[in-house]
Design a binder for this molecule. Structure first.
Ligand code: ATR
Length: 493
């Protein structure tokens, strides 16, 4: 169930937030410790102002909240709220007041006994949850920091071992723990907390609207196929938005999550545990992942990087892991579409007779070169560091040049910019600056932010046609989508 944690300073501001997401949520948590002092009287009327179950929470400073009054005053707030219509009282497990518990329980108020650890998963995690369960009287709640892939794997297993507790709330905090907020059907958590104030992806917070609309949380069940992206960093990735929107459009039972990852081997164990069906792989794991795969296709072998993994169920207990590269297809498809001016299947050597120049010799460059060669182009490679260019050129049987040689370069039909010069701190740099555009070229920059790099702007001024990396980003994901949702896929090994 999605609950909205109300974190504003006044009841009226909090009510505004409820209006903004009423269709997505199943309940509210009122954080009294975050309210201005003059709002206290309204706390006792609050449940009658909304049409949803409400948790009353007064979180103490030592438990991660803002309340710094005495424990007696804190208990008084709960006592005064006994007849207010709250469905739940959340009380930290450091507070022990059997009289209040009895009064609340006798009125049908459910008690959430919670603990938080902002540093790690504590060694006594299981025993503390079980102690807080106390023979079915209480709903135990644990919110703990997840700091690594190993933590996340451990956390899902710990949650699994608590299967016998029917009502519990289990949250993994931080960007490594983000998936625990979406996959509560696997952690067994009754509630996934959301908030509008802290939709900071690095903390793993999420807004209720995003959880409900992008991740379709309310439709996730045991049968839902899980896919995702691994990388570090990864929480900024546009892939979840793209893949989840296709699942939604096609009405298929899939969900796609960002998994912040620091260890591939451990992640793959977790992937088996969660029965993950498909993975996108991004920096810095595109090469490292290959050694863990059972089968890879020719593009992965030649490019030396894999951005797509399919988990093919096998008769053995472990899936067969198949690796593909859709980066080169994502790069080629927009070029193909642009040259043919229509959508059609990628086949034949449509680049035969075309001379292409590739700038940059990093990871992305290899996918671009592979694609250009595969569809028939003749390719020259230019890079600032010639040694690197020569190494890549040797792998593909093409010629390598220093970047400054662009000044004396012949005319090319296609000029592709694959280096990082042109984005971020290097946004002012045009690595092609020595090249004199004739105006007949197709200039293609795989960068998509900014939309028009210095390189593309100069090419356009000369009359050349320009393409940026937006369509490449979408197309490589579209090809992944086909792999993830197709029935039986066989990769040549
Ligand atoms: P990726 O894997 O994303 O392609 P990378 O492996 O770090 O990234 O490669 C970055 C590419 O950008 C390299 O070709 C790099 O050139 P060097 O091999 O000489 O380092 C290129 N690059 C980075 N900054 C550049 C700049 N200021 N001018 C020209 N090329 C630059």
């Amino acid at each position: 169930m999605i609950f909205l944690t109300l974190t504003e300073r006044t009841i009226s501001e909090n009510l505004e937030q409820v209006k903004d997401c009423e269709a997505c949520i199943r309940g509210l948590e009122l954080r009294v410790d975050l309210l201005d002092a003059d709002q206290l009287d309204l706390v006792y009327e609050f449940p009658s102002m909304v049409d949803l179950p409400v948790i009353l929470t007064v979180r103490k400073k030592i438990d991660g909240g803002e309340y710094d009054g005495s424990e007696e005053d804190l208990l008084e707030i709960y006592r005064n709220a006994l007849a207010s219509g709250y469905t739940y009282f959340d009380l930290d497990d450091t507070i022990n007041n059997p009289a209040l518990f009895d009064q609340a329980l006798s009125r049908g108020i459910k008690i959430i006994r919670s603990f938080h650890d902002f540093e790690m998963i504590p060694a006594d995690f299981i025993s503390r949850v079980r102690d807080n369960y106390k023979k079915e009287y209480f709903i135990p709640k644990a919110a703990v920091a997840i700091n690594s892939t190993a933590d996340l794997y451990n956390y899902f297993k710990l949650c699994d071992s608590l299967y016998d507790i029917p009502e519990k709330i289990l949250i993994g905090m931080g960007s490594f723990g983000f998936s625990t907020r979406v996959l509560t059907h696997l952690t067994g958590s009754l509630i996934s907390y959301t908030s509008f104030n802290n939709p900071n992806p690095q903390l793993g917070h999420i807004s209720p609207v995003k959880l409900c609309q992008q991740y379709r949380y309310n439709q996730i069940e045991d049968t839902t196929n899980i896919c995702g992206i691994i990388g570090n960093p990864v929480m900024h990735s546009k892939s979840p938005e793209l893949h989840n929107s296709w699942y939604s459009d096609q009405q298929i039972d899939y969900v796609y999550l960002p998994f912040q990852t620091d260890n591939i081997e451990t992640f793959l164990k977790l992937a088996e545990f969660l029965k993950i069906r498909g993975l996108s792989v991004t920096l810095p794991f595109k090469t490292e992942i290959i050694e863990y795969l059972d089968e890879v296709d020719d593009s992965v072998k030649k490019i030396g990087s894999c951005n797509t993994v399919v988990f093919q169920p096998d008769s053995s207990s472990r899936s067969v892991l198949q690796g593909f590269n859709t980066d080169y297809l994502g790069f080629i498809k927009p070029l193909h579409q642009f040259m043919l001016k229509k959508e059609s299947k990628l086949e034949g050597k449509f680049l035969a007779g075309k001379k292409a120049c590739v700038i940059g010799a990093g990871g992305a460059s290899r996918s671009v070169i592979f694609g250009l060669l595969k569809y028939g182009a003749e390719v020259d490679l230019y890079n600032r560091t010639i040694d690197k260019a020569e190494q890549v050129a040797r792998d593909f049987g093409i010629k390598a040049f220093e970047l400054k040689d662009l000044q004396i370069a012949p005319e090319y039909d296609i000029v592709v910019q694959t280096s990082s010069a042109g984005m971020g701190e290097l946004a002012e740099i045009d690595p092609s600056h020595g090249y004199r555009f004739s105006g007949k070229e197709i200039a293609y920059d795989i960068i998509y932010t900014p939309e028009k790099t210095k390189f593309l702007a100069r090419a356009e001024e000369s009359g050349a046609s320009i393409l940026n990396g937006v369509d490449m980003l979408i197309k490589q994901a579209e090809y992944q989508h086909q792999y993830f949702t197709k029935g039986k896929i066989t990769a040549k090994s």
